[in-house]
Design a protein. Structure first.
Length: 744
């Protein structure tokens, strides 16, 4: 039986199918583009040469070699590794087709190395598939499967479903050759389901044929013919000569198993004609073997020996171990039939040795039977008996294995057919449902159209009546509008007055909250001077500190007045790019005395990469308020955490977290909404309760959001989110910890 390798389809995924001596318009077009391109070598020239090499593969392999070598020559000049790798793949395909397996392995390995250098994983998997096929041809099935698994792993990571399906199919072929039929069938069905899903007809046909081959091995001939017929219909529709010839051969073998020798011979002749036309060496070797068996079964030993020798010569020349083993086996069968037991023994032993190399229990059992018959014919009964016992042991093992595989394989085929039938039924149900929906939609549209006509008629009458009514109410409406406008103006004026009152309250609260401390410090210093409780040296030491606080207070007052003007005059505040780290550092210096008073340690993780778009003076007020509140409600000898995070590369989340008194759920829910009754701090510090409402106005001025989290007795965390300056962040990225660049 001949599985369909679909070698070119699987490896290159595209296959230009042309008959020998014919040239498609696409090839002519490529040639015209190549002529000037070779004079000015570039990547396009290499790609077109590779396309020509691919197009000629099935019709003129020597032309494929020529164009691939040209592609390699130019690709080396311009150091185009991907182009070189693609050309080596084309050369390797031709090497494999001509059974030049050493050269094929070398070229596939070169392609894999080049693809790895340019990190083209799809190309690497393509080269691995080629290397695996070479190992399969050589009968090294375990090595082939290992390479295929590497290719499959890459394709699963790339998530190209059709590539995965092709890999499943080619692995199924190797398991089939190895004799693990249930595994082969499992991979074929996996591949077929994907091919059907993506409507890849040529790949479907390959899998139908290969499933038929497995079922024929398991003597499920009727089911095998069903799958062969499905494949043949597709290949005839696609005019795929390689596939058609494969089906003719496989159906011929089924007919020969059924002892319909005349029909089998007709199919073999059709397959042979196409194999010779295409130059398919493996197919030619197999068809000679089939002719040999046909003449063996029809009692024509001379013709059988002739064709089996042709099969052996072809398999030996092309290093096809599987075909070679069965050619020896066929010769042993014929020589035993003609009582030429010496030749029978010689060929049977060779078949037995090759079957051992292939690891095929089926081939080994058949060869052992012929060895036993040859020894018996030579009167070496003890050896014959020993070989017969080995044959019995092998057949028992094979029968047990085949029984299990037959049951598993039959169930697989049955499950697949059920799933396909269910899919067809579901599709039919969908079509019926869709037709019903279309009918319902059409009926509904007609009803809607009738309703629209009736409504339109009614609207015409209603419109005429309404026009008359509108004229009567027009003057009344105008008067009402005037009154409403006056009322709206009054509401606007009242609102403005209310806003001014609220602004006044907030201003007084902020002044009381944030200006009391520095003024108290100044008053205390002058009191000490007045009472002469400090020396001149101590006074000199205090002056810079007090001056710094006064300057900070002055700046804070300027910022506050700026905000007041913006609220009163509706001034648009200019947005700037600045780093939050600068504001934090300024405020920490200003609040140093308050921090020391409670022995509080600030932990600042705000870096130079935390750059936002807003007004720095306004945000400074918010940060100042956050820090003073955190100090106020923190316990002595505790810490305050100041941090910022970049969110999605577009926003920056800033927060101040303390480990102090915390808030009740009721207090937390009422934050930022209205004036609060200020709670005393851990050292009975007092405040106004207006600071956070004030902060909310400032943050929302720049389309930001403000938030707070707290658990009573476990501290509180206050924060805001502002737009990030992405361009400046990129420049400062090197100084921001990597964890800060990603989403929190």
């Amino acid at each position: 039986m001949k599985p369909s390798f679909a070698f070119f389809v699987i490896i290159t995924l595209t296959c230009t199918r042309v008959l020998a001596g014919q040239q498609s318009p696409a090839i002519d077009s490529l040639k015209k583009q190549i002529a000037p391109a070779v004079l000015y070598p570039d990547t396009n020239a290499v790609n077109r040469l590779n396309q020509l090499a691919e197009a000629y593969f099935e019709s003129q392999p020597d032309s494929t070699v020529y164009y691939a070598n040209e592609a390699i020559r130019i690709a080396k000049q311009i150091d185009y590794k991907k182009g070189m790798a693609a050309a080596y793949i084309q050369l390797a395909l031709v090497n494999t087709f001509k059974s030049q397996y050493q050269a094929s392995q070398s070229n596939f390995n070169k392609a894999a190395q080049l693809y790895q250098q340019v990190n083209n994983q799809a190309g690497v998997s393509e080269a691995y598939i080629g290397l695996g096929r070479v190992q399969d041809y050589l009968g090294n099935y375990d090595s082939a499967i290992a390479v295929f698994n590497r290719a499959l792993s890459i394709r699963q990571k790339l998530r190209n479903r059709l590539d995965i399906a092709h890999c499943y199919a080619i692995m199924g072929i190797t398991y089939d050759n190895k004799g693990e039929l249930s595994k082969a069938l499992d991979y074929y069905f996996k591949s077929l389901k994907i091919d059907i899903e993506y409507k890849d007809e040529l790949a479907e046909a390959d899998n139908y044929n290969n499933i038929g081959v497995v079922l024929q091995h398991l003597e499920l001939n009727d089911k095998a013919l069903i799958y062969f017929d499905k494949a043949l219909k597709i290949w005839k529709r696609q005019n795929d000569l390689q596939g058609i010839s494969t089906i003719y051969q496989n159906v011929g073998e089924v007919l020969m198993d059924n002892k319909d020798y005349k029909a089998a011979f007709a199919h073999f002749r059709q397959a042979s004609a196409i194999y010779h036309k295409l130059g398919d060496q493996e197919g030619i070797s197999l068809i000679y073997y089939n002719f040999g068996l046909y003449h063996y079964y029809t009692k024509q030993p001379d013709s059988a020996i002739y064709f089996l020798n042709l099969s052996l010569q072809s398999a030996s020349k092309n290093q096809i171990k599987y075909n070679k083993a069965y050619a020896y086996l066929g010769l042993a069968m014929v020589y035993n039939l003609t009582t030429n037991y010496k030749k029978a023994l010689s060929n049977a032993l060779l078949a037995q040795t090759m079957a051992n190399d292939l690891g095929s229990i089926n081939a080994k059992a058949d060869a052992t039977l012929q060895v036993s018959k040859a020894f018996a014919g030579l009167k070496q009964f003890e050896k014959a008996y020993g070989q017969h016992q080995l044959y019995v042991a092998l057949t028992d093992s094979l029968k047990n294995s085949e029984s299990v595989q037959k049951l598993v394989s039959y169930n697989m085929a049955l499950d697949f057919e059920k799933s396909q039938a269910a899919a067809v039924r579901l599709q039919q149900q969908k079509e019926v449902y869709l037709q019903q929906k279309i009918t319902q939609k059409t009926t509904a549209n007609l009803i809607y159209a009738a309703i629209i006509v009736i409504m339109a008629t009614m609207l015409v009458f209603y419109y005429n009546a309404k026009r008359k009514q509108l004229k009567a109410y027009k003057l009344i409406t105008q008067k009402n509008n005037e009154v409403q406008k006056q009322q709206a103006d009054l509401r606007v004026q009242a609102g403005k007055l209310n806003e001014l009152n609220i602004l006044k309250d907030r201003l007084i609260s902020v002044l009381a909250h944030d200006l009391r401390a520095p003024l108290s410090t100044l008053r205390g210093m002058f009191s000490l001077i007045t009472t002469k409780d400090i020396s001149q040296a101590e006074f000199s030491d205090m002056v810079p500190v007090v001056y710094g606080k006064l300057r900070h207070t002055s700046d804070f007052l300027d910022t506050l007045l700026f905000w007041i003007n913006s609220q009163v005059d509706d001034v648009i505040i200019t947005t700037k790019s600045f780093c939050l780290c600068d504001l934090v550092k300024q405020e920490l210096v200003y609040l140093e005395d308050q921090l020391k008073r409670k022995n509080i340690t600030p932990v600042n993780t705000v870096y130079s990469g935390h750059i936002v778009l807003a007004d720095p003076n306004s945000i400074r007020i918010v940060i100042h308020n956050y820090l003073t509140n955190a100090i106020k409600f923190s316990h002595e000898n505790s810490i305050i955490e100041i941090s910022a995070k970049i969110i999605d590369g577009e926003k920056i989340d800033f927060s101040v977290k303390d480990h102090g008194m915390g808030l009740t759920p009721q207090q937390l829910n009422s934050l930022f909404k209205s004036k609060l009754i200020s709670s005393p701090g851990t050292l009975n510090e007092v405040g106004t309760g207006m600071g956070l409402v004030f902060c909310k106005d400032l943050i929302e001025k720049y389309d930001g959001t403000i938030w707070a989290k707290s658990t009573l007795g476990h501290g509180a965390e206050f924060g805001f989110t502002l737009a990030a300056d992405t361009e400046q962040i990129k420049k400062a990225k090197s100084v921001v910890p990597p964890s800060e660049i990603e989403n929190p």
